[in-house]
Write a protein that binds this ligand. Structure first.
Ligand SMILES: Nc1ncnc2c1ncn2[C@@H]1O[C@H](COP(=O)(O)OP(=O)(O)O)[C@@H](O)[C@H]1O
Ligand SMILES: Nc1ncnc2c1ncn2[C@H]1C[C@H](O)[C@@H](COP(=O)(O)O)O1
Length: 227
């Protein structure tokens, strides 16, 4: 029996991984996809034509970058829908509005007009049949110091050169955002409690929790006739 069957995780599940920059989403995405034999949906940082420019001048590029991310995530969403699920997604679409666009608007690095335009587009795109909510959002959390160390060690120059206050602001917003998030079921994992890089077996308790959460939420959805 494979891990997916062992933990009762449906083959068409869609699991999205959320959390602040550097917390370990991509690493967890790979570990879960390997264990479950699922496809992955990644944010492609290297081919993003705006990201470097954005870090050099938030005001000039924040709207362009959000539109770019929205288009990319919508294409990924469509792909997941067309395959019929069985995906682990690196970062949820909810974080683009709930964290990034909102933060730049509230900190004055995105104009109100641009923010309203972006929100209208986001709402119109998300309210479509291509956007079934994920079965589960896994939220990765940890101490600010550990996350900052990971950003520095990963070594993307644009992130290393960004003032620490930016990461601090984002960290606080994430805590508040997840406490109020209710668009789909949430499993919170502390990065101090597993280490999928150095101890492959630490994915097992995660899989067990994922199976449990998805079974509960599917039961709840079918009894409330939700999709
Ligand atoms: N369990 C772990 N232990 C130590 N380092 C980790 C662990 N998970 C991820 N990392 C490291 O932290 C950095 C950020 O991880 P990554 O998965 O790219 O984060 P994200 O996708 O959330 O930005 C990478 O250098 C990665 O190798
Ligand atoms: N919606 C976004 N707005 C601004 N910046 C974003 C957005 N989504 C991702 N990013 C940035 C943050 C990081 O520098 C890279 C990749 O994120 P990661 O958390 O490392 O996967 O893109």
């Amino acid at each position: 029996m494979n891990a997916r069957e062992r933990y009762g995780i449906p083959h068409d599940s869609v699991i999205t991984i959320a959390g602040t920059v550097g917390v370990g989403k991509s690493t967890m995405t790979n570990a879960l996809a390997d264990a479950l034999n699922f496809r992955t949906s990644f944010e492609k940082v290297e081919t993003n034509p705006y990201l470097d420019k954005f870090y050099q001048d938030f005001e000039r590029w924040s709207f362009h970058l959000q539109i770019y991310f929205l288009a990319e995530r919508f294409k990924e969403q469509k792909k997941i829908f067309e395959y019929g699920g069985g995906f682990i997604q690196d970062r949820s679409i909810y974080e683009d509005t709930g964290i990034f666009a909102r933060m730049h608007y509230e900190k004055g690095t995105m104009s109100e007009t641009d923010y309203v335009t972006y929100r209208n587009l986001f709402d119109a795109m998300v309210m479509t049949p291509y956007f079934p909510h994920p079965d589960l959002l896994i939220y990765l959390e940890g101490s600010f110091d550990d996350i900052l160390t990971r950003i520095q060690e990963r070594g993307r120059p644009m992130e290393q050169e960004t003032p620490v206050e930016y990461w601090e602001e984002m960290f606080k917003r994430y805590e508040n955002w997840i406490d109020n998030f209710n668009s789909c079921p949430v499993l919170r994992l502390n990065i101090a409690d597993y280490d999928v890089l150095n101890d492959k077996s630490s994915i097992e308790p995660v899989l067990e929790k994922v199976g449990h959460f998805i079974q509960q939420s599917r039961k709840w959805r079918s009894s409330h006739l939700l999709t």
